[in-house]
Design a protein around this ligand. Sequence first.
Ligand code: 4AD
Ligand code: MG
Length: 431
Amino acid sequence: MYKTTISEVHKYVDQEVRIGVWLANKRSSGKIAFLQLRDGTGFIQGVVAKSDVEEEVFQLAKSITQESSLYVTGSVQKDERSPLGYELLVNGLEIIHQATDYPITPKEHGTEFLMDHRHLWLRSKRQHAVMKVRNEIIRATYEFFNNQGFTKVDPPILTGSSPEGGSELFHTKYFEEDAFLSQSGQLHLEAAAMALGKVFSFGPTFRAEKSKTRRHLIEFWMIEPEMAFYEHEDSLKVQEEYVSYVVQSVLENCQIELKTLGRDTSKLENIKAPFPRITYDDAVKLLHEKGFNDIEWGDDFGAPHETAIAESYDKPVFITHYPTALKAFYMQPAPGRPEVVLCADLIAPEGYGEIIGGSERIHDYDLLKQRLDEHNLPMDAYKWYLELRQYGSVPHSGFGLGLERTVAWISGVEHVRETIPFPRLLNRLYP
Ligand code: 4AD
Ligand code: MG
């Protein structure tokens, strides 16, 4: 007998195996019990036939409760109808722990109830599938950037300077000093890019945003590449290749999960570089054509605007050259048009909104100093950042991809709260 996992049963067709599992769900009649079993690697149906097992085993199968833990033994059978392709013909059950009154039953529950039980909700088939997609995106991210010669670096989480503007910062004490939780590793990544060329980070990001939307988390994870000698256009190429790579990897390696989630994969198959581009100027015109008369040149786009723009394309779309006044202090002005910057937001299809924000960075010392002044940023906190422009300054670009929004889009789940194990939302720090 082989001790194995659900993900490995394909190696043991018609052989006896033993697996540590939880009971996810159960159906039984007088003659047969169908056990939905899960072990973290996947889900499998265990079939217990009264005529084939000892009476004691059949009685156990009938009495075992949802989320009890047990060892199950049985023989692996091919089964075309199951998403996994296999089921288990059970001949033995050893209960490890009998669970009583598991709160999440197969009936419908409200969102707040599920969120209060997130520590248990994570066990459900759908949540399991989303976490597997998230993991595949992370895996493919490391693979992509390693293949492209990037070095992973880890910028600090406790910082004294803010890349994206002061209003959304989490303050904390750093002994006697004031500090902030990182809202982007970008500034430190720029320093690392001058040392290592092409770098990327993957870390937690904190934004004290009072936004309660399907796209906003207070704590989220961001992948931030930064590249020396890369201009705006070079960076867009990396972005579209990276996003295509991630989508194609999920399609290849998460077939069961995408099926569980009911994702329309035909919409994902098409996600291959190059992606369309539209300038902010043309996006405003497009919005006017679509009847959005509320928007004027110089206004930022809201979620409905982004969705309307994205609807014109079947791939993610870059909106480029936003007004300088709308964007962060460090962005490089467009040549001959200082009122717009060399930046792009990548908008996902199907209403998932902005998944990437990126730009070419100012590399001229005087211009950057002027921008810091204009934004009333404290020169002492940014002294080191300015110094990067004093010693062999070069054009460079980078971007940040929001992991949870990307998971939501690829998985096809409506709200980012289901894309991170323990979401931190406005008014939610539990569990
Ligand atoms: O557009 P943002 O603010 O860009 C930056 O922070 C740059 N410094 C990144 C860089 O160039 N290195 O954030 C980048 C992405 C957004 O496109 C979005 O996907 C995600 O981070 N994001 C959020 N995701 C979930 N909840 C929030 N509150 C988010 N805010 C931004
Ligand atoms: Mg942005």
